[in-house]
Design a protein around this ligand. Structure first.
Ligand code: CP
Length: 307
């Protein structure tokens, strides 16, 4: 199926072929950016960035991607300077933004907002993160990063460590991995931050086999890729629960002494204290490279939907 005018609500909206198509287009965008070519894929197009939750990478890389493609962006990132402050509901806001632009990128603290927006909007919707549910464009960046660093996704041993309960990036990454054939996927969940039952069930339906371990030290020597997230403080209904788990794990250089020399550590960012700072300047750290790919991946996506 072509990309033109499609919504992207879940990474599962994309087949393996679709994801590989985005990889190819991202390769092109990386080359065009290097050559500093002026691009006009979005000439005359307006993209709305409707962000009801804080963001650095997703919002600004979508904005940069729009500008790099010759389009214009309407940034709607404050509940205090818009009519949401007067009590306007999100449905009416989405109706307005779809009348003013050609595509809406939406982030919300609530699960399901992007799907709801797609039922109302007359223009395509891209989910930039909805509650604990999904973050499909981050998953595209994560998968592309693995593909570029390792040359493949099939056959790899991948560990996923962190807030498996609330991190939407983890849900989307695992669903995305189900489109490929990794050799093994370990879920490492210290402090009982285990995967939600609904995600677990979905992975079963999708046929992605996962193995759960409590301690990274048990399997660090096997991993090709380690994907880490912070504990998602903003999703904890009970602050005491957050306090109990906030220091549940930390990746240290000492802990990596048994790792493969070509292990790559990914993180969607922002990171807090879960990775020792010394690791930032080692060959293991791939997270800043990963974040830099946000612009070309989102350029590829916008050009495919609107170009
Ligand atoms: N990875 C990610 O979603 O970062 P931001 O919250 O800064 O957009």
């Amino acid at each position: 199926m072509g990309f033109r005018n499609r919504n992207l609500i879940s990474i599962l909206d994309l087949s393996r072929k679709d994801i590989e198509y985005i990889f190819k287009r991202t390769d092109q965008m990386v080359s065009l950016l290097k050559e500093r070519r002026t691009l006009n894929y979005l000439s005359g197009k307006i993209v709305s960035l409707l962000f009801l939750e804080p963001s650095t990478r997703t919002m600004y890389s979508f904005q940069a991607a729009t500008y790099r493609l010759g389009g214009k962006a309407l940034v709607f990132a404050s509940k205090t300077t818009t009519s949401l402050a007067k009590g306007e509901n999100i449905g009416d806001t989405i109706r307005m933004m779809s009348a003013y632009s050609d595509l809406i990128v939406i982030r919300s603290p609530y699960d399901g907002t992007a799907l709801y927006a797609s039922m109302i909007s007359s223009v395509p919707i891209i989910n930039a993160g909805d509650g604990k549910h999904e973050h499909p464009t981050q998953a595209l960046i994560d998968l592309y990063t693995i593909y570029k660093l390792k040359g493949r996704i099939d056959g790899l041993i991948i560990g996923v460590l962190g807030d498996l309960k609330y991190a939407r990036t983890i849900a989307s990454l695992l669903y995305g991995l189900s489109r490929f054939n990794p050799k093994k996927v370990y879920l490492i969940s210290p402090g009982n931050l285990t995967l939600r039952e609904s995600v677990r069930e979905r992975l079963k339906e999708l046929g992605l086999r996962v193995e759960e371990v409590r301690d990274l030290r048990e399997i660090i020597h096997e991993l090709d890729v380690l994907y880490v997230t912070r504990i998602q403080r903003e999703r904890y209904p009970d602050p005491e629960e957050y306090e109990r788990v906030k220091n549940a794990f930390k990746i240290t250089l000492n802990l990596l002494k048994n790792a493969k020399p070509d292990l790559k550590i990914l993180h969607p960012l922002p990171k807090l204290d879960e990775i020792e700072r010394k690791i930032d300047n080692t060959k293991y750290a791939a997270y800043f490279y990963q974040a830099s790919l946000g612009v070309p991946v989102r350029m590829a996506l916008l050009a495919s939907i609107l170009g």
